[in-house]
Design a protein around this ligand. Structure first.
Ligand code: TYD
Length: 139
């Protein structure tokens, strides 16, 4: 089944809160998120005005979290577009396979934490938007 914007969901993550000591958010494979984590990476030191992403993945599923600061994730399924503003470490954006994404408007100190279902594989990327749409909707 093909994915659409409606499959991109904000997931509220558990928070263990202590007034004196701050908060903890634990995440388990296939419990809070609908996949097993194979890889974790994070984007940081993103200069003001810079954009990241600008690609889609054939199979990879991700949870994107603003671990610090804030940024926008523009999700595009080739038909509709939706902007998610991420600004809390206790919320994650679930990104299914075959979604074009752009990350922009990073705040100073913004950290984008990504939990990913697969190891890095350049063959899993669409880096050309037109090619992505063709494969997604004209099969
Ligand atoms: P890319 O996914 O294109 O970054 P972004 O979309 O955030 O701009 O990756 C940028 C470069 O980093 C690319 O050459 C591949 C490399 N990279 C890895 O080697 N391992 C990884 O886990 C990731 C995410 C990227």
């Amino acid at each position: 089944m093909n994915t659409t914007i409606k499959d991109c969901k904000i997931i509220k993550l558990p928070v263990i809160k202590s007034k004196r000591k701050g908060s903890i958010t634990p995440i388990y494979n296939s419990v809070q998120i609908p996949f097993d984590i194979q890889r974790v990476y994070y984007l940081y030191d993103v200069p003001a005005g810079s954009e990241r992403g600008g690609h889609a993945h054939k199979e990879l599923q991700q949870l994107i979290i603003a671990a610090s600061g804030s940024f926008d994730v523009v999700m595009n399924d080739g038909i509709k577009e939706k902007i998610f503003n991420l600004n809390r470490p206790s919320y994650g954006l679930f990104v299914p396979r075959m979604m074009w994404r752009e990350l922009k408007n990073f705040s100073g100190g913004g950290i984008c934490l990504v939990l990913a279902s697969l190891s890095y594989d350049e063959n899993d990327y669409f880096r050309n938007y037109n090619e992505f749409i063709q494969v997604k909707w004209q099969k």
